[in-house]
Design a protein around this ligand. Structure first.
Ligand code: PNS
Length: 168
C-alpha cells in the first residue's frame, strides 16, 4: 500500500518464531499510535528458526487480522532499507526487562547511524506479558508445559502439532 502524505507509518520488526501474546500486546499499543503499522518478519535462516518464514507470516497474518491498520510483510537485509522502501519513518521495538536494553540500544543507534531520519520507539508490554519470549514458549511446550495464556490459539495449535504431532 502506498504511503499517503502526512501518514505516520511504523515497522515492527522481529523474528516472530513464533508470535506471542507479548508481541500482540505491543502490536495493539503501536497500532493505536500510528496510522499504519507493518509487522515485518525477518527471513533469518542463519538463526535456524523453528518455523519457515511462510509459517511465521501466516501466523502473524492470522493474529493481526482484527486490526484494520496493521499489515504483514517480511524482509531480508538491512531493516532501515526495508523501512525506507515501505515509507516507514518509525521502528517499534519492545523492551521487557533491563536485560533487553543493551541489545536494543546498540540496534537503535546503529539504525540511526545508517538512516538518521528513521526513529526507533520503545514500548513496554503490559506486566502480564513482559516475561514472555518466543524462546521460552518453545521450551515450555517442548517439555509438555501449558502455554495457553502465552500465545494466541492458532500459535498454540501449530506448536502442539510441531512438537507433539497433535492436530486439532
Ligand atoms: O525478534 P528479534 O530476533 O529480536 O528481531 C531482531 C531484528 C529482526 C529486529 C534484527 O535482527 C534486525 O533488524 N535485523 C536486520 C538486519 C539489520 O538491519 N542489522 C543492522 C541493524 S542492528
Amino acid at each position: 500500500m502506498a504511503t499517503k502524505p502526512g501518514e505516520l507509518v511504523a515497522i515492527y520488526p522481529g523474528s516472530f518464531d513464533p508470535i506471542t501474546n507479548g508481541h500482540l500486546d505491543l502490536i495493539e499499543r503501536a497500532a493505536r499510535l500510528v496510522d499504519r503499522l507493518i509487522v515485518s518478519v525477518l527471513r533469518n535462516d542463519s538463526k535456524k528458526p523453528l518455523f519457515s518464514v511462510q509459517d511465521r507470516l501466516e501466523l502473524v497474518a492470522e493474529v493481526v487480522r482484527p486490526y484494520r491498520n496493521v499489515e504483514v510483510d517480511y524482509f531480508d537485509g538491512l531493516l532501515v532499507d526495508h523501512a525506507t522502501a515501505r515509507g516507514a519513518t518509525l521502528i517499534i521495538r519492545g523492551i521487557r526487562a533491563i536485560s533487553d536494553y543493551e541489545y536494543e540500544w546498540q540496534m537503535a543507534l546503529m539504525n540511526r547511524r545508517l538512516r538518521p531520519d528513521i526513529e526507533t520507539m520503545f514500548l513496554m508490554a503490559g506486566e502480564a506479558h513482559s516475561f514472555i519470549s518466543s524462546h521460552l514458549v518453545k521450551e515450555v511446550i517442548r517439555l509438555g508445559g501449558n502455554i495457553s495464556d502465552l500465545v494466541p490459539p492458532a500459535v498454540e495449535q501449530r506448536l502442539k502439532h510441531r512438537f507433539h504431532g497433535v492436530q486439532s
